[in-house]
Design a binder for this molecule. Sequence first.
Ligand code: IMP
Length: 204
Amino acid sequence: MLHADPIHRSLLVSTRNAHKVEEIREILGSRFLISDLSGFPGFPEVEETGSTFHENAAIKALAASARFEGWVIADDSGLEVDALNGAPGVRSARFSGESATDASNRTLLLEKLLSVRGQARSARFRCVIALARDGKVLANFSGSVEGVIIPQEKGAGGFGYDSLFVPEGYCETFAQLGADIKNTLSHRARALSELKNWPHWDRP
Ligand code: IMP
């Protein structure tokens, strides 16, 4: 007997970052119906005051869960560069200042690594996803991917630092590899794989 695709679970992603939402939708597939805050222009910008990915993911998930019913997730992610003692880390989005853009952040990163060569340019992307419901964080899922920062941008796909990051085992940046490959091995894919396998989805 054929079974229909089992559960369609609605998840609100506490973000307006269209790139993150697109990746989350692609990675989670058809079992999850994904919406995000772009449909709620009146929802205030959430200040990320935490000093860890876990804290900021919880802040964003709880802010949305206080206002909306049902399952909410928040992704806090960033790039840790070993030669910069883990920077930009939780400040990845605002690395080059409060009016930072992805392009200005990449320019600053390249400047800071000008004198750093070869394997000393090692880095990783990290992602923490907080899952909340009824104003409480119920679980956290995390993932990371190791790689190096190359000296000049390559590739036009992706977002953020994708055009500077070559994941371990590959010769091209995330921006060159494209979504199909990135979404199988990225920090976000690894965290979301844990989320898919969370054993308590069926709890009432
Ligand atoms: P958040 O909104 O505070 O989680 O900031 C995440 C920032 O980290 C983004 O604005 C990017 O600069 C960077 N980042 C996170 N994930 C990725 C990714 O998958 N590719 C490239 N940059 C990323």
